[in-house]
Design a protein around this ligand. Structure first.
Ligand SMILES: Cc1cc2nc3c(=O)[nH]c(=O)nc-3n(C[C@H](O)[C@H](O)[C@H](O)COP(=O)(O)OP(=O)(O)OC[C@H]3O[C@@H](n4cnc5c(N)ncnc54)[C@H](O)[C@@H]3O)c2cc1C
Length: 420
C-alpha cells in the first residue's frame, strides 16, 4: 500500500519524531508554505522533550567531551549515584562511543567543537526569539538568568578558563560572591561561596507545555499528526518512502528524521553508521511552592540543576550511560534530591514525581544536521544531547534551509553525519 502525505505531491514532508526538534522543524516548514505530517509512535512531546530542565542555555557552549571532564570522570565514576555513571551491563556496548568521546575531548578537537557550538548558539538565540513570537509562545519564556554555584574559591577558579573563552565570544556574565549570591537567591546554603550570574540564560515555563504550545501553533497552520512507528526510511525515485510498523507505506517529497535517541537504526538503514548513544538523565519535580526559587540554579560540581517551572520545582540532571532498554534507577533522582535539600535547606521534598529521559548524544556534543548518504531528500536533525530545547529553533532554521535548497545560515560542516 502506498499513501500520499495528506493527498500526494512532491512538496509534502514527513517529520519523524514529535519531540521539540521535530515539532519546531514541522512548524517552520508548515509556516514556509509546505504541507507537513508529523509522525510519532508515542504521541506529541511524550519523550525526552517533556521532562527536561527547561533551560534555553545559550551560554552553554562547552562540549561535554572536554579535557576537564576527562580529569573529573574517574572520581565521578567511583560514586554509583554521582554525576556520571556507566551501568555495569552496558560498559562493553558503550566502549566505542567512549573512545570517540575521548578523541573529541583532545584540546584541538575540543576547541573546534566549542567554536561550532558558539556559532549554533548565536543562531539559537535569535531564532528562538523569532520562533517564540511567530508561534505566539513568547509569554512562556522567563528571562531571569541562571546562577552557577561553586563551593570554594578553588572550584570557581577552575571554571575561569571556560568563562574567559565565553567572554572572548561575547557571552555576558558576572562573577559574584558573598551577600550578592544571597540577594539573587535567598535561602541558599552558605557552602556556596562563589557564583557566576548569566543574565542571557532563559527558561521555559514548562518544557512539555512549551512543546505542546508549539505543536498547537503547527496544527493551527494546517499541520497534521499521526501516531505510528516508522520501521524504515527508503530512498525513492523522487523523495523517500516510510515503512510503518504494521505494514503501511507513505511516500514523501522530503523526510526529516528527528527521532532523538532512537534515530540510529533509521539512519543506519540509509547507509549512515552514526555513533549516537543516550545519556540518560533523571529528575524529581516537586509541587509548586516547594521552594521560593528566583531563577534556575546549577550545581556544576554535582552535575544537576534546580529549575522553577509552572509545574513545580524540578531537581535533576546527571548522566547515566545505559542505553535505551535498561530499567531506570530512580535512586539517582533520590540522591540528587537529598543533595538539593542540603543546598537549599528550606526545600520541601515531599510529593515529587520522578522521571528519566534519554538525551540523544554524539561523542563530540554536537548534533547531526545534514542530508542522508542514501538520499538527499532525507534530512537528519538529531543528537542534541543536553541542549535540544535550546537549539531547537536554530535546528529548524537549518532544516528549512536544506529543504528549500537555500545556502544554510551557518556552515553545516561541523554537524555533518559522516564526521566520525
Ligand atoms: C534530565 C534532562 C535535562 C535536560 N535539560 C535540558 C535543558 O534544560 N535545556 C535543553 O536545551 N535541553 C535539555 N535536555 C536535553 C533535551 O531534553 C533533548 O536534547 C531534547 O529533548 C531532544 O529532543 P528530540 O526532539 O531530539 O528528542 P525526543 O524529545 O526524545 O523526541 C524524539 C521522538 O521521536 C520519536 N521516535 C523515535 N523513533 C521513532 C520511530 N521510529 N517512529 C516514530 N517515532 C519515533 C520518539 O517517540 C520521540 O517522541 C535535558 C535532557 C534531560 C534528560
Amino acid at each position: 500500500m502506498s499513501e500520499g502525505v495528506q493527498g500526494s505531491g512532491r512538496g509534502d514532508i514527513v517529520v519523524v519524531g514529535a519531540g521539540i526538534i521535530g515539532i519546531t522543524a514541522a512548524f517552520r516548514l508548515q509556516q514556509a508554505g509546505r504541507r507537513v505530517l508529523l509522525i510519532d509512535e508515542r504521541g506529541v512531546a511524550e519523550a525526552t522533550s517533556a521532562g527536561n530542565a527547561g533551560a534555553l542555555a545559550f551560554s552553554d557552549v562547552m562540549p561535554l567531551a572536554s579535557p576537564g571532564i576527562i580529569r573529573k570522570a574517574p572520581k565521578w565514576l567511583l560514586d554509583p549515584l554521582g554525576p556520571l555513571t556507566i551501568r555495569p551491563g552496558y560498559a562493553l556496548k558503550i566502549a566505542p562511543w567512549l573512545w570517540h568521546f575521548y578523541q573529541a575531548s583532545l584540546p584541538s578537537r575540543f576547541w573546534h567543537s566549542m567554536l561550532a557550538q558558539v556559532t549554533l548558539m548565536r543562531l539559537a538565540r535569535t531564532e528562538m526569539d523569532d520562533l517564540a513570537s511567530a508561534a505566539g509562545v513568547a509569554g512562556m519564556i522567563r528571562s531571569d538568568g541562571v546562577l552557577e554555584l561553586y563551593e570554594s574559591e578553588a572550584e570557581w577558579k577552575r571554571s575561569l578558563p571556560g568563562w574567559q573563552a565565553r567572554q572572548s565570544e561575547g557571552i555576558g556574565f558576572r562573577h559574584i560572591k558573598g551577600e550578592e549570591i544571597g540577594a539573587l537567591q535567598p535561602g541558599l546554603s552558605p557552602r556556596f561561596t562563589h557564583a557566576t550570574f548569566v543574565p542571557g540564560w532563559q527558561t521555559v515555563s514548562d518544557p512539555r507545555d512549551f512543546a505542546k504550545a508549539l505543536f498547537a501553533a503547527f496544527e493551527q497552520l494546517g499541520g497534521a499528526f499521526r501516531q505510528a512507528k516508522v520501521d524504515a526510511i527508503q530512498p525513492a525515485e523522487s523523495g523517500a518512502d516510510l515503512v510503518l510498523d504494521g505494514g503501511g507505506r507513505l511516500r514523501a517529497g522530503h523526510v526529516v528524521l528527528a527521532g532523538g535517541a532512537w534515530s540510529r537504526p533509521l539512519a543506519a538503514g540509509l547507509g549512515d553508521a552514526i555513533p549516537l548513544e543516550t545519556e540518560r538523565g533523571y529528575n524529581t519535580t516537586l509541587p509548586p511552592g516547594a521552594f521560593d526559587l528566583k531563577r534556575q540554579l546549577t550545581f556544576g560540581g554535582h552535575g544537576f540543576v534546580v529549575t522553577p517551572l509552572t509545574s513545580g520545582i524540578r531537581v535533576g540532571g546527571a548522566v547515566e550511560l545505559g542505553g535505551l532498554e535498561l530499567k531506570p534507577n530512580f535512586r539517582r533522582s533520590e540522591a540528587m534530591l537529598r543533595k538539593a535539600s542540603s543546598f537549599l535547606p528550606g526545600l520541601k521534598t515531599e510529593g515529587g514525581r520522578q522521571w528519566m529521559g534519554f538525551r540523544p548524544s554524539l561523542p563530540d556534543s554536537l548534533p547531526v544536521i545534514g542530508r542522508a548518504t542514501a538520499s538527499p531528500s532525507v534530512i537528519y536533525a538529531f543528537g542534541h544531547g543536553h541542549l535540544g530545547l535550546t537549539q531547537s529553533a536554530a535546528t529548524a532554521r537549518l532544516v528549512v534551509d536544506l529543504i528549500l535548497g537555500r545556502e544554510p545560515t551557518i556552515s553545516l560542516k561541523p554537524f555533518r553525519p559522516g564526521r566520525f
